[in-house]
Write a protein that binds this ligand. Sequence first.
Ligand code: AAT
Length: 289
Amino acid sequence: VIPGWFSEISPMWPGEAHSLKIEKILFQGKSDYQNVMVFQSSTYGKVLVLDGVIQLTERDECAYQEMITHLPLCSIPNPKKVLVIGGGDGGVLREVARHSSVEQIDICEIDKMVVDVSKQFFPRVAIGYEDPRVTLNVGDGVAFLRAVPAGTYDAIIVDSSDPIGPAQELFEKPFFQSVANALRPGGVVCTQAESIWLHMHIIEDIVSNCHQIFKGSVNYAWTTVPTYPSGVIGFMLCSTEGPPVDFKHPVNPIAENDGSKDPLKFYNSEIHTAAFCLPSFAKKVIESM
Ligand code: AAT
């Protein structure tokens, strides 16, 4: 550990640790679920850390939040009801709110402290909460989804932390089953699905579960996020049986001028399609399943 630097150390990426220089620690707290920290870094803006793992930095959060949101929402016509699991910082809400067809945005985040800390230190992310279509539920996403009536949502976005800690069940088969149940026919889900460089075993499990559960399409996409482990992160995109969804060819392009204060920084239709191209080593595993 280098004094004055934050190093991201975890058994999920043994033998490596990305580091950021700390200018100032702004918040440290312990919630019922995890340790919460915010620091000012010298080159990535403010950083939100949960249990020692980087959740977002001001500089590169756009890549993750825009991709996890617009990959699913631009793949179906007229999404109206959207559910976000996790994502307590509000960044995914901010992105969902760009879609004018959306009428209802529900979010279920387990940790109230993440919501409060984001509102205090990350106003340009937590701005998502200001949209009048948003309803916040504080609780476990697993229990929340179990109680959702069948066929409720057009899209579900699972913006979840890594499977060590409170998010563990969000990577397991019963959870995916309740996601499928909560979606309308031809509805879509997009979940945080880790790194092809570090977690092919986790990805294999998710893909295999999803093939069993989702009778529409099952796809893996990925993007670059410099401050996530290995610098990339992936998404599992699936649809339920019903009107077919071709994730690789977006049918609902997002308006360039969507009326929000800040324009899109990362997502566009070309990068949407490109996100589904996989390196050969990953393609061999994922597409053979
Ligand atoms: N948008 C920032 C990126 C995140 S945030 C993940 C969120 O999921 C956290 O706020 C965490 O409190 C919440 N969470 C964890 N478990 C649950 C649960 N069971 N139900 C509801 N919310 C939950 C993801 C960063 C990915 C990091 C990659 N290394």
